[in-house]
Structure formats: structure tokens, C-alpha cells
Ligand binder design. Structure first.
Ligand code: AGP
Length: 347
């Protein structure tokens, strides 16, 4: 029987298509309301939504050239002072719009009169009502406790906010929007390649010591892959930035282990160099999830063909989500209702 989680992963191309239809016009305008002036952004969230923040923040810095920080909600509320200017925008990302830690963070910031925005899947949620600016991530009801399609929708909406700011800087965004328009078909193709992903899941499910490596925007994707495998398979999977992994963490490979490496054009040379060192020294099993066709250093190489980072982010994410779901099935766990977890985390 197909799990709800798998069904929801398979809905992702449709979710993206729906968001394109809702927010992007044929004239390349993005119909999202933003404050007139923003000079810095802070994104606050928990769990998968935090990983969305960590994927989005470097994109705001790289493409918009605006300072952008991100923080776990639970850490944010423990901090005594926050960085605020009259033109700060605080963005709260939440599937449910009801997570206690994120709501507390939102209330702290609201008390200080700062402009707030939410990206949430839940219209009329408490966050939706409290925020000055709101974006409905509109992935449809997400039943599986492990978030998949809702996260894809959040990342997509964050990219739309980013592109809107880029266009407000006077840059032509039509090329970027065309890339985003091709995303649904791209994700459909990855779904069709699911056999390779199943093969990778079968190999990974044999291990208790799993490390997922990625750089920059792909490090939070590695973290999300680890979170999905923890939630659905109860395995202690760790994620690391490639270079940092070599600073001692690599010693975990002295145990029977597997490494999952996310590799794109930007980090290919660096990643391959480190993978070679890892192989020579520890000889773990290796799976590469890569948008670079020449990368063949894994025992299994999953090719997520694209030259565009804005597409590869989603391709690598969907691949790891599917792997986690398949692994849960192989390990006889129910990926839809992991033991001890709840869809909304409240006090
Ligand atoms: C994701 O798979 C988790 N179930 C969990 O980390 C979740 O993302 C987190 O609790 C935040 O939830 P929210 O997006 O509804 O705020």
C-alpha cells in the first residue's frame, strides 16, 4: 500500500504548478505584497520550516544582496535582544501556523512594532491572523507527520519573495521565472526515475551510521534529509557541510557507514576531492545525489539533471524525501505516523 507520505511527495510538482498559477502572472509579475522598504530580513521557524529558512537566507543574500539571518524559534525566544531596524522584516515560516515556539517568537517581535510576515500552509491560523504580511503556501492539507510537500511549497514561496525583491532592485527576473516555470516538469521527471532512488534506499537502510553531506543551500537540504530519516526510520542520521566534515567528524566513518553526498556544479571539484580522501581512508559506501553528469564516484549515483541551482535545490530535496519514505517501508516502520511525534508541536 502506498503511504500518505509518498502520495504527498508525488503531489509536489502539482503544488508548485498551483503556486506559479496563483502568484506569477504571464507578464512576469509576482503578486505578493511586501513592505515598501526592507533593509534586513530575519527568518524564524522550527523543524522542516527552519530548514526552509536556512535554504532561503543565503539566496536572499546572494541574489538580493540584503542581510538575512535565520534562527530556530526555540532559540530565538531565549535571546534577550534581537537585531531590529525601522525597516527590518521578520518572516515566520510554519506549515501549521500554530507551532508554540514560533508563535512566541512572533509575539516577542510584534511587541516591538517590527514588520512581520508569515509563510504558512494554514489560512486563518493564529500566525496568519497576527502577521502584517501573509503568504499562503497552499500545498493542500498535509496529513503525513513528516512534512514534505508543505516544505517544498514554503521554499518555493520564499524564492518568490526573493525574486520580487530582486525585481524591485531593477533586475529583469524573467529568466529566473522561466526556470521556476520548468520546475513542475523537472520534478515529474525525478519521480519517474524513482527506481534509482529505491535502489539507494535499499542500500542505505542496511546502515545505522549515515552521514549526509552538502554545501551552502544544500547543507540545510542534507539536514532535512537527515530529519526525514530520523522521523520515519528512527535512525540517528547526521548532516554536515562537506569541508567541516573533514574536521574530526569524519572519524564516525571508522564504523560501518554510508555517506550520501549532494553535489552540484558549484561544489563539484571540492566535493570530489573530499570524497576521494574519504574513500581512500575509510572506504564507506557512497551515494551521490548530483546535478553534474560526470560525477560517478558513488556506489549509486542519482543524477538530478539540471544546471540551475533554483531547480537542483528541489530535485535533491525530493530525492531525499523519497529515500526516507522508502527506507521506512523497508525497515517496517509506518512513515505516516511516527511513534511519539505530533503534527503540531505545542507546549
Ligand atoms: C517536519 O517533518 C516535522 N514534523 C517538524 O519538524 C515540523 O516541521 C516542525 O514542528 C514545525 O512545524 P510547523 O511548520 O507547523 O511550524
Amino acid at each position: 500500500m502506498t503511504s500518505i507520505m509518498k502520495k504527498e511527495i508525488f503531489e509536489e510538482p502539482g503544488v508548485v504548478k498551483h503556486l506559479l498559477d496563483s502568484y506569477v502572472t504571464d507578464e512576469n509579475k509576482i503578486s505578493i505584497d511586501l513592505p515598501e522598504k526592507i533593509d534586513n530580513i530575519v527568518i524564524v521557524a522550527s523543524g522542516s520550516s527552519y530548514n526552509c529558512a536556512a535554504i532561503a537566507a543565503p539566496l536572499f543574500i546572494e541574489y538580493v544582496q540584503i542581510p538575512c539571518e535565520y534562527e530556530y524559534s526555540s532559540e530565538f525566544i531565549l535571546q534577550k535582544k534581537h537585531f531590529i531596524t525601522p525597516d527590518s522584516l521578520y518572516i515566520f515560516v510554519s506549515q501549521s501556523g500554530e507551532t508554540s515556539d514560533t508563535l512566541k517568537a512572533l509575539n516577542i517581535i510584534k511587541e516591538q512594532g517590527v514588520k512581520t510576515m508569515c509563510i504558512t500552509n494554514s489560512k486563518d491560523s493564529t500566525m496568519w491572523k497576527l502577521c502584517d504580511y501573509k503568504i499562503l503556501s497552499d500545498a493542500g492539507e498535509e496529513k503525513s507527520i513528516a512534512s514534505t510537500k508543505a516544505l517544498t511549497a514554503q521554499i518555493f514561496c520564499s524564492i518568490l519573495v526573493m525574486l520580487k525583491l530582486v525585481s524591485q532592485n531593477g533586475v529583469d527576473i524573467s529568466g529566473y521565472l522561466n526556470t521556476m516555470r520548468r520546475l513542475p516538469a523537472y520534478l515529474e521527471r525525478i519521480k519517474i526515475d524513482a527506481q534509482k532512488i529505491e535502489q539507494a534506499a535499499r542500500l542505505t537502510a542496511d546502515f545505522q551510521n549515515i552521514s549526509i553531506l552538502g554545501n551552502k543551500n544544500y547543507y540545510p537540504i542534507a539536514k532535512e534529509g537527515a530529519l526525514k530519516m530520523k522521523e520515519t526510520c528512527y535512525l540517528n542520521v547526521m548532516a554536515y557541510p562537506f569541508g567541516e566534515f573533514m574536521h574530526g567528524h569524519v572519524a564516525v566513518l571508522n564504523q560501518k557507514s554510508i555517506v550520501i553526498a549532494i553535489i552540484d556544479e558549484e561544489n563539484a571539484e571540492f566535493a570530489m576531492r573530499n570524497l576521494k580522501k574519504i574513500k581512500d581512508e575509510y572506504n564507506p559506501k557512497i551515494i551521490c545525489i548530483t546535478s553534474v553528469q560526470d560525477v560517478k564516484s558513488g556506489d549509486i549515483n542519482i543524477y538530478i539533471k539540471t544546471k540551475r541551482k533554483l531547480k537542483a535545490i528541489f530535485g535533491s530535496l525530493l530525492t531525499l524525501q523519497l529515500m526516507a519514505c522508502e527506507m521506512a517501508n523497508l525497515l517496517d516502520k509506518n512513515p505516516d505516523s511516527p511513534k511519539g511525534l505530533h503534527k503540531v508541536v505545542k507546549d
